[in-house]
Design a protein around this ligand. Sequence first.
Ligand SMILES: [Zn+2]
Length: 295
Amino acid sequence: MDQNIKNVDLKLDNIEVLTSGTTAEFVNGILDFLLYQRRQIPFVYKTYKYYVDKWSEADESGQSKDQESFAHYQRNQQRSKAKATKESISDMREVIRQAFRSSEVKSLRFLFGNNTFMPSEVYTLHIPHDSISRDHYCEHHALPEGRINQALLRLLTCEELYTLFSTELNATNVFLEMELLTDTGGLQGSHCDSVNLIPKHVFSKVPRSCKNIHLHLLHCSENAPNELRCCKELDIYHDLGLLNLDKSGADVSKSSEEQDFLKAANETSGWWQAEVIVRGFRAPGNQKSGDLWSS
Ligand SMILES: [Zn+2]
């Protein structure tokens, strides 16, 4: 077996109900983690965003118009690059949220490299899409940040990834590709326009030299989510609102196993690439990096 392939289980436990919204937040947590861990941003995303937003505020209030020196010019150049990186990360996070909201995501991958054909590292996230409950609202089952961090901490201490994470990776591009389930075999063009995804007709194979990491997201819960009735009542009103009352009796009479079977039989998926690309940001080594972030 190819030495560069690594399979790692990533458990999300003590979460009663997994909704598409909470799964998206978990995926975004993994994106943030990888961006920082693979040195595409100098701080964790939250801190990075805080600094960059602070510059924008200072710019608006005219605080940074003081000097016209070359050093000042250089610093502004770096800052605008850092801002662009922050904005692309924020856009990618939104693409992920929207994709989970509007489609069933089977898997997705983050490719680190100059282009999607010759990436140096690929992280494929396998989504437990059968465990995602559609009968519950994510607002009622928000994922505490601590839980995400707990799961990610395990990734950090995972032996399989230790060698990989201790190697240097230069600032590069990060691409996002998503495998979406479709029950009719073909997605309507308009369906994905809104989330800025481009259909990928040729699925690019990962070259042998590439580090190929598969993260299997697992949802462990003691209760079956269907047995929890917290959001059920709301669901009825929701359905009424949509005038979706005439769900045919035939559907209901089928056992859930039959329905699962039918679903699996109709299940096809396609790959899509996000338009947004994150360009890793690293302050040049000859500058005092403190200068860039402070003041
Ligand atoms: Zn619920």
